[in-house]
Design a protein around this ligand. Structure first.
Ligand SMILES: Cc1cc2nc3c(=O)[nH]c(=O)nc-3n(C[C@H](O)[C@H](O)[C@H](O)COP(=O)(O)OP(=O)(O)OC[C@H]3O[C@@H](n4cnc5c(N)ncnc54)[C@H](O)[C@@H]3O)c2cc1C
Length: 276
């Protein structure tokens, strides 16, 4: 890698944070997949290798899953507790993120920070109301992932992402991920994650997030509002979703036109909410 001035491998989280704090050009190195592919951000970068810090545990609790920030994407895809959680949507999304080699090397924290435009894991985490913990020298800061993306630079500062807490879906709610891509193994053009519950024939609860709708995945709050209380039929859900999606500004790029996205998004939302 060009432009590297120094490489260090601290043995404790505190040492790593101190190095990042002392040196404005120090950069955390986790799995290194993105740093190797895209290069380091500045001349004279000092790499602070955090890959061996003990931040890769996965804990299953009754009400939530706790994912260590350095768990590999492959671990997320294969771990029994992740596969059993929320209908397996996180495991499914982690598997879809990258090829086998990249999944073994790339870590969760890196996947929260790079290659976001077509991420499938981030929408799933957003729909599940995940909370991210950023450790700073002064102490930890826990914030909803959606707030983290509102201003990543401010939320991260010179800190390190250390864990992601994912609450179990509310009772009776089902989590689903839907995607569209040119080929099954291709990057998703649109990826939609949904946590929904139907009660008394109506959509009672709905949380939606998507990638492919702007540079960074986001919650579709406008669509969520439009769907609450709607009759739980495919026609009603798709029509309400289409009306709300019509108000969104969507990308028009080499992957797909805005018009295509506008047509397909309500279908993915309908399948996500109703499973049909
Ligand atoms: C060509 C290519 C395409 C890819 N496409 C996708 C894709 O579409 N979707 C996808 O999910 N993955 C994709 N990947 C894999 C991608 O690199 C991962 O998302 C991976 O999880 C990144 O993790 P890493 O540990 O390798 O990150 P690194 O390369 O080590 O770091 C990535 C960035 O995150 C920072 N960082 C790492 N850990 C922390 C931390 N704990 N706290 C704060 N900052 C941290 C680093 O400083 C760096 O800026 C792709 C990889 C390549 C090479």
């Amino acid at each position: 890698m060009p432009n590297i001035r120094a490489y260090e491998r601290p043995t404790s989280l505190e040492d790593a944070l101190r190095r990042l704090h002392e040196d404005p050009r120090a950069v955390p190195l986790a799995g290194g997949t993105a740093l190797v592919a895209y290069g380091v951000p500045a001349e004279e970068t000092a790499l602070v290798d955090i890959s061996e810090l003990p931040l890769d545990d996965i804990e299953a609790h009754e009400d939530r899953l706790v994912l260590g920030a350095l768990a590999s994407l492959e671990t997320l895809a294969r771990h029994e507790a992740v596969r059993a959680f929320a209908g397996g949507v996180l495991a499914q999304a982690a598997h879809a993120e990258a090829t086998s080699l990249l999944r073994q090397q790339g870590r969760l924290a890196g996947a929260l920070l790079v290659n976001l435009a077509h991420s499938e894991l981030v929408p799933a985490l957003l729909a599940l109301d995940a909370r991210v913990t950023v450790q700073h020298l002064e102490g930890p800061r826990v914030l909803p992932l959606a707030d983290f993306y509102a201003d990543v630079a401010a939320a991260l500062g010179r800190g390190l992402i250390v864990r992601v807490d994912v609450p179990a879906p509310p009772p009776g709610a089902v989590a689903r991920c839907q995607r569209v891509a040119r080929a099954p193994r291709d990057r998703a053009i649109l990826s939609v994650a949904c946590v929904a519950r139907v009660a008394d024939g109506r959509v009672d609860l709905v949380r939606l997030a998507a990638s492919g709708v702007r540079e960074v995945p986001r919650r579709l709050a406008e669509v969520e509002r439009a769907l609450r209380g709607v009759p739980a039929t495919p026609e009603a859900v798709q029509a309400a979703a289409a009306t709300a999606v019509a108000t969104l500004s969507l990308p028009d790029d080499h992957r797909a036109s805005a018009e295509y996205r506008r047509g397909v998004l309500p279908v993915l939302i309908r399948r996500g909410v109703l499973g049909a």
